[in-house]
Design a protein around this ligand. Structure first.
Ligand code: ADP
Ligand code: MG
Ligand code: MG
Length: 918
């Protein structure tokens, strides 16, 4: 018989039923509260209702499993025993919080209610017990505010108009009270003020919601539990999940936990901290705290929080007292816990703590979100500290984070001369420039028009996430490094500045001002998110530094772990040099036609056109001879730049008509040079017209029709190599024949190669000339006949752009008309031109490799399509046993990382599964 499901897990008094690795069941918060309890870290007792309660709740028309009630009652009794207090006991009341906690952290997306258990019956008891009426009324007004908002309004499905929500209405009541009694901050309100405020709050709740505020602890508790489960399907949470790709089926857990109070006076406090700096990665305990406050005050930015310690004070916070100075003994206890947590979790933790009358309590720990630069620095330093092994280190930086480091920044030169508009806290990395918008909706609307926008807000809240996503940068006037905007931006690696105090935002009139400067919607602004500097106007941005020492050290660890080689697609000596800087181990694709585009291409292009428009062998040979030196020098430059690393050179690939001149003057010039009339030029060009050029006279087909064109290119490659060898240098060319579909094409071209090789060796007096001959596999037939192809090819390079085009029968240039619908309607899970379609195109690749290696076991296999820089596709390339991937030079570091990560994952999968400890 199956064991009955357990729905409630207890933690308290140094012992917990859960563990950190039970996140799926207990949610991140619950699992880590259990883990900390087991580590003998002081955690207020409590219990977790599992995510299975949530899934049951939604599967059964919002009803709980029948056995839940008894389990909760038992757990409440457990908490009462540990805390020596009782829920609802007028003489000695226990208060609890009810906290949501999903598997993946969703900051601020779901609901938490504090101070549950305060009622007209328990309030006098608690006042007597604490001798602190001010604290009790403060706790009660918070309960009313949170509970009426979360439980009575949101969970009940009420959707009040903008500004009419109960929380805002109560906030206005409170502002009114502060004004009336002349209180500047919340802490200035006296006990009497607060008692009166609570009465006003209850009246307001009755008036707005039409129901009395519940005065029964059990009703409060179950109301809050229900609201947490309801909040899983709240609008904000759904939208956040969609962006983050968190499945709706996961469900959230709910934690009920005995309250500890940071608002009991000046010997009480609350704070949040990171075991290392989440913005820079620096190994310094970093955080913010407030005296006489409850948890949410720090995050909400109601008061400017104080710095945690002396060493992390900034120019903005230098005048504020740190916890280290205010409560040295408690700070020391916190540092000990920090050290214990880092050693245990072996990663940077994001923690919440509360100090009640000098006693420290931990309320949360989780792996902290961090910027890309911080992630990198932490890994490199933790590797040096031997806190983690390489195999773990390489998994700690995501490809997206690495991408941030390779991100654009504001041009430092321009920054030097630009006038600083304002300064704030550097909350999200990189630099960006964009046009100012003031609401999330505007951000989305402008971004849809293709504009880069900067979302400027007083502060952000979870309702703004879609706009924050759409914006290229975020700027807020309020909030600290742990504010909502900072947390979200850091998670996404988005450029963000918070707490920019000089900024006055008037969202209604769509304007912001700093001193005398006024900017309105649509004006340009630039942000340096790494330093926290704001500029008016549009500053240029520049590419990042590939020689960043942390990056180099980290990527070395990746290289030590990965099995897959990484090359770059590069077409010129300049690209080749960049590729080497980023760590490319060769060039996987050099497109010879590239020399006919862009800078300095005029002369070779003219010669190429002559060759294309030649209509006799004699003419064409003469044109090839003229073209030859350009081709050879171009290739030689790149071979030299790669200094002995392999360079795969692809023979001419595109359909020739792409190069035919359209302009009259160019046609006239060509006519003169060829000794024919302009009309003849036009006629010859017209003859090259094809109705389906992608599948027309291109690639190897040109070489079959015009062997002299292949011969010229092959000679250029081999003589370039020979000249380098003669000069005492190294060169390792790989001749790649494109668009093949049968081995006969390869043997046809191989004959030319053999002939030229003999000639070049004789000419240069060489005994040995090493190079490889291979082919692109980009036509399905080539993949299927790979066994034969490998008879003539020493390497395969999968041209996955064309292979996808021909595998799907999707014209690469025309997918815009239907791909969005295919993705929307989930006919395809992803655009196959961005990430390899493993099921179909991937099958062609697998077959190609298997059959190719059956013929030639040491067949070298790589990929040179756009997919070579896509992490998911790189994982696939590893799994099917390719030797290397090749991608654009700037993606090379990402490919090195992705290759290392899949190697680690692969090795872990091959180890016998570890048994979970009981
Ligand atoms: P979030 O996921 O939004 O951070 P939490 O559940 O962590 O929500 O709670 C919000 C705030 O309330 C946090 O600052 C937390 O430390 C504080 N808090 C939660 N439960 C308690 C408790 N039992 N005693 C004291 N403070 C609490
Ligand atoms: Mg929290
Ligand atoms: Mg191709």
């Amino acid at each position: 018989m199956a064991k009955a499901k357990k729905y409630v897990y207890f933690f308290g008094a140094g012992k917990a039923e859960g563990r950190a690795d039970m996140k799926e069941l207990l949610g991140g918060k619950g699992a880590n509260l259990a883990e900390m309890t087991n580590l003998k870290i002081p955690v207020p007792a409590g219990f977790t209702l599992t995510t299975e309660v949530c899934t049951y709740y939604y599967a059964h028309g919002r009803k709980y499993p029948p056995e839940l009630k008894a389990e909760v009652n038992k757990a409440v009794a457990g908490v009462e025993k540990v805390m020596a207090k009782k829920l609802g006991d007028p003489g000695n009341p226990l208060l609890v919080s009810c906290r949501s906690g999903a598997r993946a952290s969703m900051p601020g997306m779901m609901e938490t209610v504090l101070n549950i258990g305060l009622t007209t019956a328990t309030i006098p008891g608690l006042i007597r017990l604490t001798g602190n009426p001010r604290f009790v009324w403060d706790a009660y007004r918070r309960l009313i505010m949170m509970y009426s908002d979360v439980v009575m309004e949101k969970a009940a499905g009420l959707e009040p108009a903008e500004g009419k929500g109960i929380r805002q209405q109560l906030e206005r009541v409170m502002e009114g009270m502060k004004h009336e009694v002349g209180a500047k901050t919340d802490t200035d309100l006296t006990s009497d003020n607060l008692e009166k405020l609570c009465a006003c709050f209850r009246a307001k709740v009755q008036e707005v919601i039409g129901k009395p505020f519940p005065d029964d602890p059990q009703e409060q508790l179950w109301g809050a539990i229900g609201a947490v489960f309801q909040s899983w399907n709240g609008r904000r949470a759904i939208s956040y999940r969609r962006i983050e790709g968190i499945p709706g089926e996961w469900g959230t857990a709910t934690n009920v936990q005995a309250m500890v109070f940071g608002n009991m006076g000046d010997d009480s406090a609350t704070g949040v901290a990171f075991t290392r700096n989440p913005a820079t990665g620096e190994n310094k305990f970093f955080g913010e705290w407030l005296t006489n406050a409850q948890g949410e005050d720090v995050v909400a930015g109601i008061r400017t929080p104080n710095p945690l310690n002396i060493s992390t004070k900034s120019e903005h916070t230098a005048h504020l007292k740190s916890l280290e100075e205010a409560m040295p003994a408690t700070y020391k206890a916190l540092v000990d816990i920090r050290n214990k947590l880092e050693k245990h979790y072996r990663d940077m933790q994001d923690i919440e703590f509360t100090i009640e009358k000098g006693v420290l309590w931990m309320l949360q720990t989780r792996t902290g979100k961090r910027t890309g630069p911080a992630a990198l620095r932490m890994v490199v330093e933790m590797l040096r500290e031997r806190l983690i092994p390489k195999e773990v280190g390489v998994t700690r930086v995501t490809p997206a984070q690495l991408d941030e480091l390779l991100h654009r920044i504001l041009d430092p030169k321009a920054e030097k001369t630009a006038k600083v508009l304002a300064k704030g806290l550097p909350a999200g990395p990189g630099g960006t420039t964009g046009r100012i918008v003031f609401t999330a909706a505007e951000a989305v609307a402008w971004a849809e028009k293709g504009e880069s926008v900067i979302l400027c807000r007083k502060e952000t809240n979870p309702e703004d996430v879609e706009g924050m996503r759409a914006a290229s940068g975020i700027l807020t006037a309020l909030g600290g490094m742990t504010s909502h905007a900072a947390l979200v931006a850091r998670g996404w690696g988005k450029c963000c500045i918070v707490g920019c105090g000089a900024l006055h935002i008037d969202a209604e009139s769509h304007a912001l001002s700093v001193g005398d400067t006024v900017l309105t919607e649509g004006d340009w602004m630039s942000l340096n998110g790494s330093k926290g500097v704001v500029y008016a106007g549009q500053l240029p941005t520049v590419d990042p530094d590939p020689e960043n020492p942390m990056l180099v050290e980290f990527l070395k660890s990746c290289d030590a772990v990965r099995k897959l080689g990484v090359r770059a697609n590069a077409d010129s000596p300049k690209d080749a040099a960049v590729a080497r800087k980023f760590g490319a181990e060769g060039i996987g694709l050099l497109r010879t036609e590239h020399m006919f585009y862009g800078e300095g291409a005029d002369e070779p292009l003219f010669k190429l056109r002559k060759m294309i428009l030649s209509n006799s062998l004699v003419e064409r040979r003469a044109a090839c001879e003229e073209l030859y030196p350009y081709v050879k020098n171009d290739i030689k430059g790149t071979l030299a730049a790669m200094d002995g690393l392999p360079v795969t050179i692809r023979l001419l690939d595109p359909p020739l008509h792409e190069f035919v001149p359209q302009a009259e003057d160019k046609q006239a010039e060509l006519a003169a040079s060829l000794g024919i009339t302009v009309d003849d030029v036009k006629k010859r060009a017209a003859d090259l017209h094809e109705s389906n050029p992608m599948m027309g006279h291109r690639g190897v087909r040109l070489g079959v029709t015009y062997p002299e064109v292949s011969e010229m290119q092959i000679r250029a490659i081999l003589e370039a190599a020979a000249e380098l060898l003669k000069a005492g240098k190294k060169a390792l060319p790989e001749i790649m024949i494109p668009v093949t579909c049968t081995v006969a094409e390869l043997t046809n071209q191989a004959a030319i190669i053999a002939k030229v090789k003999a000639e070049v060796m004789a000419k240069f007096g060489l005994k040995k000339l090493s190079f490889l001959v291979g082919t692109m596999i980009e036509i399905p037939r080539a993949a299927l006949t790979a066994g034969k192809m490998a008879e003539a090819a020493e390497f395969f390079s999968f041209g996955t752009n064309d292979l996808t085009q021909m595998g799907f029968g999707f014209s690469r240039d025309d997918i815009g008309a239907f791909m969005p619908d295919y993705l929307d309607k989930k006919i395809l899970a992803a655009d196959p031109f961005q990430t390899i379609d493993q099921e179909g195109v991937g099958e062609l690749i697998k077959i190609g490799i298997e059959r190719g290696r059956a013929t030639r076991p040491n067949l070298k296999v790589g990929i040179c399509g756009e997919h070579g820089g896509d992490p998911a596709s790189i994982h696939f390339c590893h799994k099917v046993g390719m030797n290397y991937v090749s991608c654009s030079p700037f993606r090379v570091p990402i490919a090195r990382l992705a290759a290392a990560q899949i190697a680690v994952k692969d090795a872990a999968g091959k180890q016998p599964a570890k048994k979970g400890k009981k």
